[in-house]
Ligand binder design. Sequence first.
Ligand SMILES: C[S@@+](CC[C@H](N)C(=O)[O-])C[C@H]1O[C@@H](n2cnc3c(N)ncnc32)[C@H](O)[C@@H]1O
Length: 272
Amino acid sequence: MPDDVASHYSGGGDLSDAIADSLRRAGKDLGKLTTADLATVDEFHIRARRATLEVAGFLNLDRASHVLDIGSGLGGPARTLAETIGCHVTGIDITQAFCDAATTLSRWVGLSDRVDFRQGDATSLPFDSAMFDAAMTIHVAMNIAAKDRMFAEARRVVKPGGRFVAYDVLQGEGGEVRYPVPWAREPSISHLATPGTMATLLADAGFRILKVEDSTEEGQRWFEEIAAHLAKSAPAVTFQAFLGNDFPAMARNQVINLRERRIRTVTYVCEV
Ligand SMILES: C[S@@+](CC[C@H](N)C(=O)[O-])C[C@H]1O[C@@H](n2cnc3c(N)ncnc32)[C@H](O)[C@@H]1O
């Protein structure tokens, strides 16, 4: 199953080359890139950088913090924290191609000294216990059936008193998800928990839940804008750079999934 997830995301070819091509087509100078130039492609979740900044605000961080990003993707969230807070972020992701691209993109924007990425499975983290001041996971649990193991591992590696924030896509009350979606072309690698199940899983892992925030409505507006943009304009720097020609259909489905509350986006702020 983790192999199926990795092949869903890695596509064909070198991801950083594909992203470089889409940036050039959008008129960007690759020698002068900023994290803002990358944000439409490397913050691979609903509400992109805005949502990452919200998560960052919940994590109680300072410059000395070492944060774990579980399911770090192309590394956008890790770089956003490293840039805005000055902390160090380690990312772990099941998809080797994403880890490689995350390392390259970090070099492009001069953040290699504050982020590092390695391949690994969220349900079996290759880290000592209580190694991190905080941990986050953004739009990852939806691909993982064994969320009990994922959350137990997250709790194990965060120091006592540290925060863990999970911002994820959940099963809504409006019916079955319409596929393809950005995390799955069909249901076999999609494992959405309901809001109630998610809270129970986090509590069972030993977390104290401090806050729960539902951002479905804002997420719907955000995806409506993306779908409208894709419908009318030339290729922009979007997730299409690595999801390929399926992405416009995924974006249209996401608008329906969010509008009909087939999915919800919810953030859980937890403490160890
Ligand atoms: C939608 S992307 C989100 C990436 C990143 N968190 C972001 O918001 O930009 C989901 C990520 O979860 C990763 N992933 C899925 N299952 C995983 C697992 N068992 N362990 C680690 N990473 C996993 C995928 O490879 C992918 O990079």
